[in-house]
Each structure stands twice: as structure tokens, then as C-alpha cells.
Design a protein around this ligand. Structure first.
Ligand code: NAP
Length: 290
């Protein structure tokens, strides 16, 4: 039966470690502070914000909320980001996306100082990942995949890693991060031929699934004894939350559960690690300012 790689123990471990670092920062007169920029009242944003604020309070990170109406002008948002860039008491900035359609999202993201870009939205942060430099930060979800593998003792060195999905938020950065750990990486996407997709899935030691399609990755596309990181958060046809991988955590000893070495559940897998990683990045940004 596959080992269930739950996110909570990983998040708890990170939380303990960064709580100590936050206390040290505070003792030296630096209050690690995160600004959360939100436009409007999207329920998904509000729910993530609530989780992030709870985690911040637990760790000892201060939060400053910047809320603009959904129909705010782009200049208004850009002015707020510039203020946050110039404010030495702010160490990290999280901005909810997608931005409203009347804004040029790429241009707005570029205004943010990469040193405060704790969720990898600027080209400066992405260049940092691709160039193996320490500019900016990787997107939290991509980093959460690596944290999970580290926590459960799966060394990437020399392993065949197949990443399914090539978005800038998950697929591309997690592939680069795996390569930095000396994995041999294959990336698949919607234009990959279905036979190649399945072959890449079967051939891997570790599969990172981030296609955003409910239970699309079925047993026949995967091999034996693999470690499967399921990043997907989707609704199935019955309105139930599920991943990209066709794994039934209620029946972990059948189907994929019987075949894989380890798998992350959805929910309670990768998603549970993301806010802990976010706070870790704020602490790192604050430490860099000391
Ligand atoms: P995205 O921007 O829609 O990217 C999806 C990727 O999958 C694209 O590269 C796309 O290929 C590829 N793809 C789509 N359909 C495919 C198919 N039929 N066969 C092969 N490849 C296919 O999504 P995302 O932002 O990366 O998110 C992926 C999933 O992760 C979503 O379910 C999202 O909700 C979830 N997510 C989870 C967290 C978390 O904390 N756990 C955070 C963020 C997102 P093309 O590039 O060719 O279009």
C-alpha cells in the first residue's frame, strides 16, 4: 500500500523551525512582516488569506492587509506596490491573482521588488530559479513540492522526475528546482502526444502532476513503486475536491494505491504546505534585510 504523504507534518515541521527564526529576528528588533494585496472579495482569495493570517500569527509574522476594489485603476495598484517596495518594515508581498481583466498583470507584477517577491511572480524571481541564483523566491506551491519530498526523505539526485504541466506557477519552476537537485527531468504538457505522456509517466521514479484536470492521470499512465506528488486541486463531477491523479484515499490498497510507493492526498497534501512555505519565505526575506 502506498505511503500517504500528508502535508500537515511537513507544515508543522517548517512552522516550528521558522517560529524560532522569527523570534530571533524580533529579538534583534526586526518584526518580520508580510503585506497581502487583494482586489475585491473573491471567496478563494479570502479563504487563502484567512489561512495565511492564521499561520502568520502562529509563527510570529506580522500581516498588513492592502485591499483595493476590484475595479481599481492599474495606476492605483502600481502606486500601492511601489509604496510597499519603499517601506523597509515590509519584507514580503503576496498579491492575489489573477488580477482583473482591465489590468496588464505582467506589467503590474514587474513593479514588485524581487527581494520582496515571496511567491515568485516577478521575472526576477523566475530568472533566479532558472539561473540557479538566489534572486527572489520560487512560487510557494512549487517549493512546497520539494519540501514534501525532502521531509519524507526522497532524494532527487539521479532520479527520473516527470513533471506533468508547464505553467509558470508550478510546472516550469518545480522542474528547474528538481534539476537543481540533480534529477533528470521530463516535462509534459497539453501538446505532448498521449503515448509519450504515458511513457514519461511510466518511466519516472517521481511524478509531479500539475495539469489541473480532475483525476486525468490514471493508473495506466504510471509505473510501479513511484512517488507521486499531486498538485491538482479540482472539483470532480460530483462537486468533490480531487487531485489530477486518479487515487482514492478511501481505498488506498487498491488501484493506484496498490501500485505506487507513495502519494500525496488531495486535499491535505501539497496545499497544506503552501502557507508554511509562504511564511518561510517572509522570514528569509526579513533575514536578508538584517
Ligand atoms: P495551468 O496554468 O492551467 O497549467 C496546467 C498545465 O497542464 C499546462 O501546462 C497545460 O499544458 C497542462 N495540461 C492541461 N491539460 C492537459 C492535458 N490534457 N494533458 C497534458 N497536459 C495538460 O494550471 P496551474 O496553475 O499550473 O495549476 C495546476 C493545478 O494545480 C490546478 O489543479 C490548480 O488548482 C492546482 N494548484 C494547486 C495549488 C496548491 O497549493 N496545491 C496551488 C496552485 C494551483 P499547456 O501549457 O500546453 O496548456
Amino acid at each position: 500500500m502506498a505511503e500517504l504523504l500528508k502535508g500537515k507534518p511537513v507544515a508543522d515541521h517548517i512552522t516550528v523551525e521558522i517560529t524560532e527564526r522569527a523570534a530571533k529576528l524580533r529579538a534583534s528588533g526586526v518584526v518580520p512582516t508580510l503585506a497581502i494585496v487583494r482586489l475585491g472579495e473573491d471567496p478563494g482569495d479570502l479563504s487563502y488569506e484567512k489561512g495565511a493570517m492564521k499561520r502568520a500569527a502562529e509563527v510570529g509574522v506580522e500581516v498588513r492587509n492592502v485591499v483595493l476594489p476590484r475595479d481599481a485603476a492599474q495606476d492605483e495598484l502600481v502606486a500601492e506596490i511601489k509604496k510597499l517596495n519603499a517601506d523597509d518594515s515590509i519584507h514580503g508581498v503576496l498579491m492575489f491573482r489573477p488580477l482583473p481583466k482591465h489590468m496588464d498583470e505582467k506589467a503590474v507584477c514587474e513593479v514588485l521588488d524581487p527581494a520582496k517577491d515571496i511567491d515568485g511572480i516577478t521575472s526576477g524571481s523566475l530568472a533566479g530559479i532558472f539561473m540557479d541564483s538566489d534572486v527572489g523566491f520560487p512560487p510557494c506551491t512549487a517549493a512546497a513540492c520539494i519540501e514534501l519530498l525532502d521531509h519524507y526523505g526522497y532524494d532527487l539526485k539521479g532520479k527520473k522526475v516527470t513533471v506533468m504541466g508547464r505553467s509558470l506557477v508550478i510546472g516550469k519552476p518545480v522542474a528547474m528546482m528538481a534539476m537543481r537537485r540533480n534529477a533528470t527531468v521530463t516535462i509534459c504538457h497539453s501538446r505532448t502526444k498521449s503515448e509519450d505522456f504515458a511513457a514519461a509517466g511510466k518511466n519516472a521514479d517521481i511524478v509531479i502532476a500539475a495539469v489541473g484536470k480532475a483525476r486525468m492521470i490514471t493508473e495506466d499512465m504510471l509505473g510501479d513503486d513511484q512517488v507521486i506528488i499531486d498538485v491538482g486541486i479540482n472539483m470532480d463531477e460530483n462537486g468533490k475536491l480531487c487531485g489530477d491523479v486518479d487515487f482514492d484515499r478511501e481505498a488506498p490498497d487498491s488501484g493506484l494505491g496498490a501500485k505506487a510507493a507513495a502519494v500525496t492526498p488531495v486535499p491535505a497534501g501539497v496545499g497544506s504546505v503552501t502557507t508554511a512555505v509562504l511564511m518561510k519565505h517572509v522570514i528569509e526575506a526579513a533575514e536578508a534585510c538584517k
